[in-house]
Design a protein around this ligand. Sequence first.
Ligand code: HEM
Length: 166
Amino acid sequence: MPQLPVPPARGHIRHPPSAVSSRRAGWVYWPFRIAITIATVLLFNQAVFAGQFLSGTYASLQIHRNNATAAGVTVVVATLSAVLIRWPGRGAWWPIPACFGLSALIGVQIALGLNRVLAIHIPLGVAIIVLAVLLTVWAWRRHRPPSASSPTPRLDSPAVTEESAL
Ligand code: HEM
Protein backbone atom coordinates (compact mmCIF):
# COMPACT_ATOMS: atom_id res chain seq x y z
CA MET A 1 0.00 0.00 0.00
CA PRO A 2 1.48 3.43 -1.00
CA GLN A 3 2.36 5.70 1.90
CA LEU A 4 0.52 9.05 1.93
CA PRO A 5 2.59 12.11 2.90
CA VAL A 6 1.80 13.18 6.45
CA PRO A 7 0.98 16.92 6.72
CA PRO A 8 2.73 18.74 9.56
CA ALA A 9 0.63 19.02 12.72
CA ARG A 10 -1.31 22.26 13.28
CA GLY A 11 0.69 24.96 15.02
CA HIS A 12 3.97 23.36 14.01
CA ILE A 13 4.45 25.08 10.62
CA ARG A 14 7.60 27.14 10.89
CA HIS A 15 8.70 29.55 8.21
CA PRO A 16 12.28 29.50 7.00
CA PRO A 17 14.40 31.90 9.09
CA SER A 18 15.22 33.93 5.96
CA ALA A 19 11.52 34.69 5.32
CA VAL A 20 10.98 35.80 8.91
CA SER A 21 14.04 38.07 8.97
CA SER A 22 13.17 39.53 5.54
CA ARG A 23 9.69 40.50 6.78
CA ARG A 24 11.26 42.18 9.81
CA ALA A 25 13.79 43.97 7.55
CA GLY A 26 10.94 45.63 5.57
CA TRP A 27 10.97 48.62 7.94
CA VAL A 28 14.23 49.90 6.42
CA TYR A 29 12.33 51.16 3.36
CA TRP A 30 9.82 53.26 5.30
CA PRO A 31 12.00 56.24 6.34
CA PHE A 32 13.17 56.54 2.71
CA ARG A 33 9.63 56.24 1.34
CA ILE A 34 8.36 58.99 3.65
CA ALA A 35 11.31 61.35 3.12
CA ILE A 36 11.48 61.04 -0.68
CA THR A 37 7.68 61.38 -1.04
CA ILE A 38 7.66 64.60 1.01
CA ALA A 39 10.66 65.88 -0.98
CA THR A 40 8.89 65.16 -4.29
CA VAL A 41 5.74 67.00 -3.21
CA LEU A 42 7.83 70.01 -2.08
CA LEU A 43 9.81 69.99 -5.34
CA PHE A 44 6.66 69.77 -7.44
CA ASN A 45 5.24 72.72 -5.48
CA GLN A 46 8.25 74.75 -6.63
CA ALA A 47 6.77 74.81 -10.14
CA VAL A 48 3.39 75.87 -8.69
CA PHE A 49 4.95 78.78 -6.72
CA ALA A 50 7.02 79.80 -9.73
CA GLY A 51 3.86 79.84 -11.86
CA GLN A 52 2.04 81.99 -9.26
CA PHE A 53 4.97 84.40 -9.19
CA LEU A 54 5.06 84.63 -12.98
CA SER A 55 1.29 85.31 -12.96
CA GLY A 56 1.81 88.34 -10.72
CA THR A 57 1.54 87.00 -7.15
CA TYR A 58 4.90 88.36 -6.02
CA ALA A 59 4.67 86.90 -2.50
CA SER A 60 5.02 83.45 -4.09
CA LEU A 61 8.69 84.17 -4.86
CA GLN A 62 9.47 84.26 -1.12
CA ILE A 63 7.50 81.02 -0.67
CA HIS A 64 9.44 79.51 -3.62
CA ARG A 65 12.67 80.49 -1.89
CA ASN A 66 11.72 79.07 1.54
CA ASN A 67 10.32 75.93 -0.05
CA ALA A 68 13.63 75.44 -1.88
CA THR A 69 15.41 75.19 1.50
CA ALA A 70 12.77 72.80 2.88
CA ALA A 71 13.03 70.58 -0.22
CA GLY A 72 16.83 70.54 0.01
CA VAL A 73 16.79 69.54 3.69
CA THR A 74 14.23 66.80 3.00
CA VAL A 75 16.39 65.34 0.20
CA VAL A 76 19.34 65.26 2.63
CA VAL A 77 17.10 63.32 5.08
CA ALA A 78 16.16 60.97 2.20
CA THR A 79 19.89 60.42 1.53
CA LEU A 80 20.44 59.41 5.16
CA SER A 81 17.36 57.16 4.99
CA ALA A 82 18.75 55.50 1.85
CA VAL A 83 21.75 54.41 3.93
CA LEU A 84 19.37 52.32 6.09
CA ILE A 85 18.21 50.41 2.99
CA ARG A 86 21.81 49.27 2.46
CA TRP A 87 22.89 49.05 6.12
CA PRO A 88 21.32 47.17 7.88
CA GLY A 89 18.77 46.35 5.15
CA ARG A 90 21.32 44.89 2.67
CA GLY A 91 19.19 46.36 -0.15
CA ALA A 92 20.16 48.52 -3.13
CA TRP A 93 23.15 50.86 -2.68
CA TRP A 94 22.48 53.17 -5.64
CA PRO A 95 19.74 55.30 -3.94
CA ILE A 96 22.52 56.73 -1.71
CA PRO A 97 24.53 58.34 -4.57
CA ALA A 98 21.27 59.09 -6.45
CA CYS A 99 19.92 61.12 -3.51
CA PHE A 100 23.32 62.67 -2.92
CA GLY A 101 23.37 63.76 -6.59
CA LEU A 102 19.85 65.14 -6.24
CA SER A 103 20.92 67.19 -3.19
CA ALA A 104 23.86 68.57 -5.20
CA LEU A 105 21.55 69.49 -8.12
CA ILE A 106 19.23 71.31 -5.69
CA GLY A 107 22.23 73.28 -4.41
CA VAL A 108 23.07 74.30 -7.99
CA GLN A 109 19.39 75.07 -8.60
CA ILE A 110 19.23 77.41 -5.60
CA ALA A 111 22.37 79.23 -6.78
CA LEU A 112 20.89 79.58 -10.30
CA GLY A 113 17.57 80.85 -8.88
CA LEU A 114 19.22 83.43 -6.64
CA ASN A 115 21.32 84.63 -9.61
CA ARG A 116 18.24 84.62 -11.90
CA VAL A 117 19.83 82.31 -14.47
CA LEU A 118 16.38 81.17 -15.60
CA ALA A 119 17.50 79.66 -18.93
CA ILE A 120 19.11 76.84 -16.89
CA HIS A 121 17.05 77.17 -13.70
CA ILE A 122 13.73 76.19 -15.29
CA PRO A 123 14.86 73.11 -17.30
CA LEU A 124 17.01 71.94 -14.37
CA GLY A 125 13.98 72.35 -12.10
CA VAL A 126 11.96 70.09 -14.39
CA ALA A 127 14.79 67.50 -14.44
CA ILE A 128 15.01 67.58 -10.62
CA ILE A 129 11.27 66.97 -10.30
CA VAL A 130 11.42 64.03 -12.76
CA LEU A 131 14.36 62.46 -10.86
CA ALA A 132 12.53 62.84 -7.54
CA VAL A 133 9.38 61.24 -8.99
CA LEU A 134 11.42 58.28 -10.32
CA LEU A 135 13.04 57.76 -6.90
CA THR A 136 9.62 57.90 -5.24
CA VAL A 137 8.17 55.32 -7.66
CA TRP A 138 11.13 53.04 -6.92
CA ALA A 139 10.73 53.57 -3.16
CA TRP A 140 7.08 52.43 -3.19
CA ARG A 141 7.70 49.33 -5.30
CA ARG A 142 7.69 45.93 -3.66
CA HIS A 143 11.28 45.09 -2.75
CA ARG A 144 12.52 41.56 -2.39
CA PRO A 145 14.88 41.63 0.56
CA PRO A 146 18.20 40.01 -0.34
CA SER A 147 18.05 37.70 2.67
CA ALA A 148 15.02 35.98 1.05
CA SER A 149 16.70 35.66 -2.32
CA SER A 150 17.41 31.95 -2.09
CA PRO A 151 16.10 30.76 -5.51
CA THR A 152 14.58 27.43 -4.42
CA PRO A 153 13.31 26.32 -1.03
CA ARG A 154 15.77 24.04 0.73
CA LEU A 155 14.60 20.51 1.40
CA ASP A 156 15.87 20.67 4.95
CA SER A 157 13.94 23.91 5.65
CA PRO A 158 11.32 23.32 8.41
CA ALA A 159 8.46 24.77 6.28
CA VAL A 160 9.05 22.41 3.36
CA THR A 161 7.22 19.12 3.54
CA GLU A 162 8.14 16.25 1.23
CA GLU A 163 4.88 16.87 -0.65
CA SER A 164 5.49 20.59 -1.31
CA ALA A 165 9.06 19.99 -2.39
CA LEU A 166 7.99 17.73 -5.29
C1 HEM B 1 13.11 72.24 -8.32
C2 HEM B 1 13.62 72.98 -7.40
C3 HEM B 1 13.76 74.48 -7.40
C4 HEM B 1 14.50 75.18 -6.52
C5 HEM B 1 15.31 74.56 -5.39
C6 HEM B 1 14.38 76.60 -6.85
C7 HEM B 1 15.00 77.63 -6.16
C8 HEM B 1 14.87 78.97 -6.47
C9 HEM B 1 15.44 80.05 -5.73
C10 HEM B 1 16.26 79.93 -4.45
C11 HEM B 1 15.07 81.21 -6.35
C12 HEM B 1 15.44 82.65 -5.90
C13 HEM B 1 14.30 83.24 -5.12
C14 HEM B 1 14.55 84.69 -4.73
O1 HEM B 1 15.22 85.40 -5.48
O2 HEM B 1 14.05 85.08 -3.69
C15 HEM B 1 14.29 80.87 -7.49
C16 HEM B 1 13.74 81.77 -8.36
C17 HEM B 1 12.92 81.44 -9.40
N1 HEM B 1 12.57 80.18 -9.81
FE1 HEM B 1 13.09 78.45 -8.87
N2 HEM B 1 13.57 76.71 -7.94
C18 HEM B 1 13.16 75.46 -8.31
C19 HEM B 1 12.34 75.13 -9.34
C20 HEM B 1 11.80 76.02 -10.22
C21 HEM B 1 10.95 75.68 -11.31
C22 HEM B 1 10.53 74.24 -11.65
C23 HEM B 1 10.62 76.82 -11.92
C24 HEM B 1 9.75 77.04 -13.11
C25 HEM B 1 8.95 76.14 -13.64
C26 HEM B 1 11.27 77.91 -11.23
C27 HEM B 1 11.17 79.22 -11.56
C28 HEM B 1 11.74 80.28 -10.89
C29 HEM B 1 11.52 81.67 -11.18
C30 HEM B 1 10.65 82.24 -12.30
C31 HEM B 1 12.27 82.40 -10.25
C32 HEM B 1 12.34 83.92 -10.11
C33 HEM B 1 13.50 84.50 -10.79
C34 HEM B 1 13.43 86.00 -10.68
O3 HEM B 1 13.31 86.50 -9.55
O4 HEM B 1 13.47 86.64 -11.70
N3 HEM B 1 11.99 77.37 -10.20
N4 HEM B 1 14.17 79.51 -7.54
